[in-house]
Design a protein around this ligand. Structure first.
Ligand code: HEM
Length: 455
């Protein structure tokens, strides 16, 4: 009997033991050359190559077919660092596979379905106006990155945890910053390490949220709030008898609401920041966005909040957002783990190995997006012309970002009030941006503001 031929591993060196190519990739991300770093490897070894990242043998996959494999194959499951899982908790939907993952996605779906999302527009509108009044109005210059992080944090606190401005929101903000700081640290839980500080912050944040959950449960039981008031209440309401849903434990609710906050807050802040940067550099596109937004502002009475219908009229502004996400995706890429041997393009991805995908490999590919380095929002006029699995700023398949519509509302409402109230230009030279791992303008993006007068 002939033995079946042995499947071959992808080409490429593993590099130094343990470190592999991790430091080299980090350096490239920090200098915003991560894309070129990957392209160079693909030119040398082809679109399926092996390397070693974070101490794991890893296969890097590039191209549309590779994206389809990553997003459409349940044997490749998301992979987090050990510190991430310890700090964020083991019950996040990121850790779940199969039916458990579907159950959590369905629970989130109750909070993020379109007719519920519509109700959040006015709350987001209120947060944006308050933010602008407190931080932009009367200023001659502002630094956009930290402000956008504050704004998206406040919006999410209000809608994920149902926390209004005040001491509890502030306390939670402090703990979350400390938690996030340790997510990529060495998981050494001894006093004074970064990981140890983040673990302590995680315990304190959980205690705060446990109290919030008790209060929400009471309100829900006494009919004092709508089941869709915020994500926590929404997940608790699924536990009520007779609604036909499987109950979520308190731990699941805490882990997943914290995870939603972390997944959604910086990513959206990055998108708005880079749109503001783009408009400062491109007067023609700025003028078109301003025309669209001013048209909508004129149709409103003073002080009237934006509605879902208004957002649906902001078509050009959203195309600018999508083009920003194509060229500067907040999520550079991420990892999967092979639950069993997988074969792709004639190569073996052995069980237990990691798989790494990166958005830029299709989003900046000239065969898919003509003149990929040109900022051109018209590419998104006819979205069905973009081949599947090529625009993957929100991921794809069963793991596609469930918060993409939420992010759209936040972005459009924020852009509406900024564009209709101010003109701006960069305060100095545009000195590019770094990634750690999310992109961030090198100096935080300081802009000079000029008020447009009462709209
Ligand atoms: C511009 C803003 C955003 C971008 C670019 C973005 C991007 C992404 C990407 C690329 C993924 C998939 C990662 C992978 O497959 O490995 C993802 C997943 C996820 N995102 Fe977002 N996201 C954004 C906003 C949000 C918001 C606002 C929320 C919450 C309301 C959110 C919650 C999540 C969650 C919970 C997952 C995990 C889904 C799962 O594993 O099933 N994201 N996001």
């Amino acid at each position: 009997k002939q033995k079946p031929p042995k499947k071959k591993l992808p080409p490429g060196p593993f590099g130094f033991p343990v470190i592999g190519q991790s430091l080299s990739l980090f350096r490239a991300l920090r200098t915003n050359t991560g894309e070129q770093w990957l392209e160079q490897k693909v030119r040398k070894f082809g679109p399926v190559l092996k390397l070693s990242l974070f101490g794991h043998p890893t296969v890097f996959l590039a191209g549309q077919a590779a994206n389809k494999l990553v997003f459409g194959n349940d044997t490749l499951t998301p992979r987090q660092t050990r510190s991430f899982t310890s700090i964020m908790g083991r019950q996040t939907m990121r850790e779940m596979i199969g039916d458990d993952h579907r159950r959590l996605r369905a629970a989130f779906g109750q909070f993020l379905k379109p007719d519920v999302l519509k109700k959040y527009v006015s709350k987001i509108d209120e947060e944006v106006r308050y933010h602008i009044k407190m931080n932009w109005t009367g200023q001659q210059t502002v630094t956009v990155t930290p402000l956008m992080k504050c704004l998206t944090f406040d919006i999410m606190c209000s809608l994920i945890f149902g926390l209004d401005r005040g001491d509890t929101r502030q306390a939670l903000a402090t703990e979350l910053v400390d938690m996030v700081a340790g997510m990529w640290s060495i998981p050494l839980n001894i006093p004074f390490t970064r990981f140890n500080k983040s673990m302590k912050a995680s315990r304190r944040a959980r205690r705060i949220l446990s109290k919030v959950i008790q209060e929400r449960r009471r309100n829900l039981d006494h009919g004092l709030c709508s089941p869709h008031a915020d994500l926590i209440t929404c997940l608790l309401s699924l536990n009520q008898e007779g609604c036909g849903n499987e109950a979520l434990s308190e731990e699941e609710i805490i882990d997943n609401t914290i995870f939603a906050m972390v997944a959604g807050h910086d990513t959206t802040a990055v998108l708005i920041t880079f749109m503001i940067r783009q408009l400062a550099k491109d007067p023609a596109i700025h003028a078109k966005v301003a025309r669209e937004q001013e048209g909508i502002a004129k149709s409103k009475t003073p002080g009237e909040t934006l509605t879902w219908d208004d957002l649906n009229k902001m078509k050009y502004t959203w195309r600018v957002a999508l083009e920003t996400l194509r060229m500067i995706p907040p999520v550079f890429g991420s990892f999967r783990k092979a639950l069993k041997d997988v074969e792709f393009n004639g190569y073996l991805i052995p069980k237990g190995w990691h798989v790494f995908w990166a958005s830029s490999m299709t989003q900046m590919n000239a065969d898919i997006f003509h003149e990929p380095h040109k900022f051109d929002p018209t590419r998104f006029e006819n979205q069905s012309s973009i081949p599947p699995y090529c625009f993957i700023a929100f991921g794809g398949g069963s793991r596609i970002c469930p918060g993409n519509e939420f992010a759209r509302i936040e972005t459009l409402v924020a852009m509406h009030y900024i564009v209709t109230q101010f003109r701006w230009k960069l305060s100095g030279e545009d000195d590019g941006f770094t990634r750690y791992p999310l992109p961030s303008p090198s100096q935080g993006l300081t802009i000079k503001l000029e008020p447009k007068g009462d709209m």
